[in-house]
Each structure stands twice: as C-alpha cells, then as structure tokens.
Design a protein around this ligand. Sequence first.
Ligand code: HEC
Ligand code: HEC
Length: 223
Amino acid sequence: MKNIVFVSALLLSFAVHAGPASNIAWTPETLNVVKKGDLNKGKALAESCNSCHGETGAGIKAETRDDETIPAIPALAGQVATYTYKQLRDYFDGSRSHDAMTAIAKGLSEQDAADLAVWFSSLPMPQNQANSQIAVRAEKMVGQGDGKRILPPCSVCHGSRGQGEKMDIPALAGQQRDYFVSSLLAYKSGARHNDVYSRMRLIAQQLSDAEIKELADYYQTLK
Ligand code: HEC
Ligand code: HEC
C-alpha cells in the first residue's frame, strides 16, 4: 500500500514533466513485433554484437589503458525483450544517442531489433560479482525507498530480484557496474532522456553520486 502511494505521488509529478521521451508506444502491433521475434535470426545477427557485448552477452568491465579509460559495455543477456527492443529503436530514431550504438541501430530494421531482443532475453542473466561491500543505504533504497525525498523503492519497478518488468523496465541484476553508474549519471544530467514520463530522470536527480555507486554495487550481487 505504501508503495502505491509513493508511485502515485511520483506519477503526479510526471504529468508536469512529461515530454516526447520516446516514439515507442506499447500498442498491440508493437508488442506483436517483439513477440514474433525470431530466436535463430537473432542469434545470427548477434554475432556482430559479441565483439563488444561479450560472447555470452554479459557485457565488459571498464578498463584503464595507459591514461585512457575505456567505458564499460552493458550486459544484454537475460534482459526484458521489450526493453531491448525499445532501446534499439530509441537509438535508431535519436531518442537515445551514443556514437557507436546509434550507427549500429540505424542498420537494423524493426524486425532485426525484435529478433535480437528475443535472442538476448533467452540468455541467462549475467553474474558480475561486486568486489566491495554492500552499503546498507543501497539495500534500504532498493527495498524501502526514501519517503523524505518521495523516492519509491527501486524494487517496485525493477522487481525484488532486479529482474525487470514488462514493458520497458530493464533487469538490473548483474549489470556492469560502471555502465550502471554512467546510465544513472546520464539520466541525472538529462543527457539520457528516453525514459517515458521522466521516470528515471526524476529519481536520478535526487540521488547523490555516492548513492549511485552503492546502488550499482548492490545490483551486481543479485542473481
Ligand atoms: C562497438 C561496440 C559495440 C557494438 C558492436 C555493439 N554495441 Fe551495443 N552498446 C555499446 C555501448 C558502449 C553501449 C552503451 C551506450 C550508452 O551508454 O548509451 C551499448 C548499449 C547497447 C544497448 C542498451 C543497453 C541498455 O541496457 O540500455 C543495447 C540494447 C545494445 N547496445 C544492443 C546491441 C546490439 C543488438 C548489437 C549488435 C547488433 C550491439 N549492441 C553492438 C557498444 C556496442
Ligand atoms: C517508477 C518506476 C521506476 C522506479 C521506481 C525505478 N526505475 Fe529505474 N528505470 C525505470 C524505467 C522505465 C527504465 C527504462 C527507461 C528507458 O530508457 O526506457 C529504468 C532504467 C534504469 C536504469 C538503466 C538501465 C540500463 O540498462 O540502461 C538504471 C540503472 C535504473 N533504472 C536504476 C534504478 C534505481 C537504482 C532505482 C531506485 C533508486 C530505480 N531505477 C527506480 C523505472 C523505474
């Protein structure tokens, strides 16, 4: 019940901030495209993704070579298919941008995006173990939120095991730590703005950078 009150309070504030975050609407037609994604075609197409996203779709850790930091690459394995589909279409039409991914997504048809989304969702979720201790603060934010800041628990949307939820709520369990951090910082600054109803921007704006890092560690330990 408490969760419902939190979410309703948040939804009210969305109405004020709502903008054209994404062109994807969950119509029966769109859902059908994803539902009809072809696993085998997706598997074949995914060969071109593996060099970056890893052979098992578990993503790649950030790395420092010489003085340069090579950013982490997100895990795609076990991801909610409709979420992956939406991200590929968002890169395609510029709702979300990133040099490499925008170029790649522009080369994919709607059907390709659906095939790839279905393939990656069929793979087991990654298990990227955190190497630091879990902060009590992060655990509390995930399970209870913070009433003082009208922050709902992350778990009401992302699930109690970080498994994600239909349609556009991503799984977070085992996500690459540094990608998780950079995603939240991008929502916080508004550089990433493809979250419909500003759901993640409004939350990220209220999180400190330290909290964001703790949350990233927390989700790495979930399976
Ligand atoms: C050159 C390396 C590279 C290749 C090849 C590549 N990706 Fe990516 N991908 C990235 C990076 C880096 C990001 C993070 C971008 C960002 O922060 O917006 C990303 C992000 C994504 C995301 C968003 C993930 C999320 O959790 O929101 C999806 C979906 C995705 N890629 C799918 C694919 C698919 C499908 C292919 C193959 C057709 C592919 N990528 C090929 C580097 C790559
Ligand atoms: C009201 C529902 C809701 C709540 C509560 C919520 N999220 Fe999200 N989150 C979303 C949605 C929806 C997206 C995907 C938006 C998009 O890009 O389409 C998302 C995306 C994300 C992403 C990006 C994942 C990726 O693969 O790029 C991260 C990280 C994240 N959320 C972390 C959190 C954390 C941590 C909390 C708690 C502090 C939280 N979320 C609370 C709905 C929610």
